[in-house]
Design a protein around this ligand. Sequence first.
Ligand code: UDP
Ligand code: MG
Length: 333
Amino acid sequence: MLALKAVSPPPKPPVILSVIVPMYNEQAVLPQLQRRLTAVLDALPERCEIVLVDDGSSDNTLALAQAFDAGSSDLLVLGLSRNFGKEAATSAGLKHANGAAVVLLDADLQDPPELIPSMLAQWRQGYDVVNMRRRQRHGESWLKRQSAAAFYRVLNWLSDQPIPENVGDFRLLSRQVVDHINELPERNRYMKGLFNWPGFNTITLDFDRDPRLAGETKWNYFKLFGLAIDGITAFSIKPLRLATLVGSLCAAWAFSYGLWVMLKTAVWGEVLQGYPTMMVVMLGLGGMQLLAIGILGEYLGRVFIEVKGRPSYLVQQVNHIPASLAARERALR
Ligand code: UDP
Ligand code: MG
């Protein structure tokens, strides 16, 4: 009798590196990204994976991503059901990435993929988080540089957990850190803060940030203001404490002034007077009250969003295209 032995294909090595690229209307940069990213990854001996997350683009980005030639790397394309924002797109990528190390990369090539091998080298040395700090901001206006610097100053003053200045989303995270971040249940995913929150062995490398290759930035000042408020409220309740402090000072002053007015009226009587004082006090206190209610509202709104528990993104489609054996062999030759 002939014993048939099943010949199983040799087991694939595990994915070592995943590169996550969130994309929103990035069709103009995709060909360049493909060329530069695959050149870097093909030169690595480890098995890599490219995770392209289409954040509900209205242009051809999703179709181009699905046709992406990942070289010797596996390709994972996630299509979100609409535009959920970069933070959500990055979260989706982190949830689906399989690598033992994960690198986050902007599609516009402002973060040079050529630095990935040195980030990976740090990870092999035992670091869990490799932050990339911009040395210069090429191609960004004076106003943007100044507002970014002011943002970090205010944020770090208000926040209980400092966020390193000039460190964007370009970084490497180990599987352990990614798993911890994936487990965080919060909807307000202010990534810059979340990435620093777990701690672990962290190292920061400096690099020169290039100008955007093509297309245009998706951020305007209104969105950046929203991001700043998200960043502050996600990591600190100091604004509430400030409101309490200012409120207490105002109340103390109002009581003393009230006492003085009563005393004055009792001793010297009161001829109707003091209209300017009244207006100033009324407007000043009114403004302060509205501000405090606004701050309260920002937090209450966030509680409302968290309580509803809606997912922060919806994945409409997932395409997993493992690198063909032939392509891998070609790369390893
Ligand atoms: N992005 C995204 N969803 C958005 C906005 C941006 O996925 O709603 C992606 C974008 O495609 C890019 C990255 O986030 O890969 C950074 O965006 P951008 O270059 O516009 O930001 P900047 O570099 O100006 O801060
Ligand atoms: Mg950019």
